[in-house]
Design a protein around this ligand. Sequence first.
Ligand SMILES: Nc1ncnc2c1ncn2[C@@H]1O[C@H](COP(=O)(O)OP(=O)(O)O)[C@@H](O)[C@H]1O
Ligand SMILES: [Mg+2]
Length: 551
Amino acid sequence: MEELIMSQQVPVLILKEDTERTRGRDAQRNNIMAAIVIAEAVKSALGPKGMDKMLVDSFGDVTVSNDGATILKEMDVAHPAAKMVIEVAKTVDAEVGDGTTTAAILTGDLLKQAEKLLDQKIHPTTIISGYRKAANKALEVIDSVAETVDPAAADYRKILIDVARTSMSSKFASTYREPLAKMVVDAVLAIRKDLPEGEELDVENIPRQKQVGMSVDHTELVKGLVLDKEIIHAGMPKRLENAKILLLESALEIEKTELTAKVSITDPSGMQSFLQEEERMLKSMVDKIVQSGANVVIAQKGIDDVVQHFLAKKGIMAVRRIKKSDVERVHETTGAAIVSKIQNLTSSDLGKAKLVEERTVGDDKMLFIEGTPKSSVVTLLVRGGTDHIVDEVDRALNDALHVVVDVVKHPQITYGGGALAAEISMKLREYATTLEGREQYGANAFADAIESLPTTLAENAGMDPIDVIVNLRKSHTEGHVYHGINLNLMRVDDMKKAKVIEPAIVNKQIIMSAAEAAQMILKIDDVISSKGAPSAGGGAPGGEHEGGDDE
Ligand SMILES: Nc1ncnc2c1ncn2[C@@H]1O[C@H](COP(=O)(O)OP(=O)(O)O)[C@@H](O)[C@H]1O
Ligand SMILES: [Mg+2]
């Protein structure tokens, strides 16, 4: 469609031909519909009774997941407003690591409620300001009902385990959530202990090694570092106590350029002396290593066969081609310097470990480095019967690690199963009565949208959502702040007693991100898409290209 502006009777073409434009109520309706469709798509995955999704990408690779962020990331969505909902999930995932499905659902329901108000001719600006106020109020409610956990309290570890368990209860790994939750908490507490001053606790500091083979209950927390590498030479020891570790950035090989340039061999004895020279150089590298006192060599690059042979003869263990990130980890945990020039090697460059041992894990061999100077080092060995299971368990562990870190950093907790949502929506309805005129509608709509969370939890569990909401409202009016849907007992009950605990920060992030995205989408009343861009005017996510395909 071309856009014309009349200026002094001369038509001026300001948008390119084939630019597509939807405006006003149409643009709003299309955007809202697209966002709702995305939110609806993940609804059935919410909560412990939620179902999993199987996603197949264009290469035919399959992902089976219950994780909102994962599902949404894998979905190939074209509509810009739908993409904004996916961004909400991604933001929540990046900031707090859990609550992604909830955030997408809330965004969708905020828009669904807004759509009703738009139909009643309430102006988007009014809805937006009502939403903004309601979101702030919701954050206040979270602060007022959240409980503070004291790191010095006797039950601190137990609470953290409950938090980890809650986040895993909606995942495939939930069958194993008890031992996994303990592992996660022990891992976080271990690294927290040795955290240098001023450094943030970070899930990245707990490496996870995925391992297919055996079952999920063989997942374990190893105190130490695990490298997915096997010892390179059969003649080397498989186990060394009091290891002195040489960490090498360069290769234990003779670089071609050092020799080839000048060598021209004219007779067999020349060849002989050339090979002898090469061997002599390699041997001198090994001598240097032996002199330093090292008995373990960990190399980022290759190790020549001849060197392997000499090292084995000296009883030195070696692994090669380890990842750059593992080089950093070995450096930090064992204290080994990252050596690049073997000629300058001294004993002070070596790192230490009480034990370095190759062990068979499933079908693979891995190198375990234990008893290092930095004692807080841990690795999670994630196991499961198939690739898909290992991946999904790994994602569950990732969520659980995040929520535990969240609570360690921000020691405020709330109770789940819709308990917090029910309290917020009740308080928002009270608050709405204090607002002027039409903003009330916005605040009430926000309350309705929040209530869709317990509704969805109930629906997914096959409970009657209307009964559940009636009971929930009643409990909360009677002052039972922690009453939610206990999905183990299938009734409205005290979620504090049920130990369904979440970080307050996760719920705050959900509210902030969802409210912002909803307001942003509501503010749009003009969609201009250039040719070839995914059509926003198509009405549905992945909408057809109306802008012409004549390229
Ligand atoms: N035992 C339980 N009973 C009721 N609700 C639960 C229970 N465990 C977890 N939940 C709820 O499940 C929801 C989280 O589901 P989940 O599928 O992990 O979605 P998200 O991606 O939003 O974290 C939260 O509302 C949480 O309170
Ligand atoms: Mg979750």
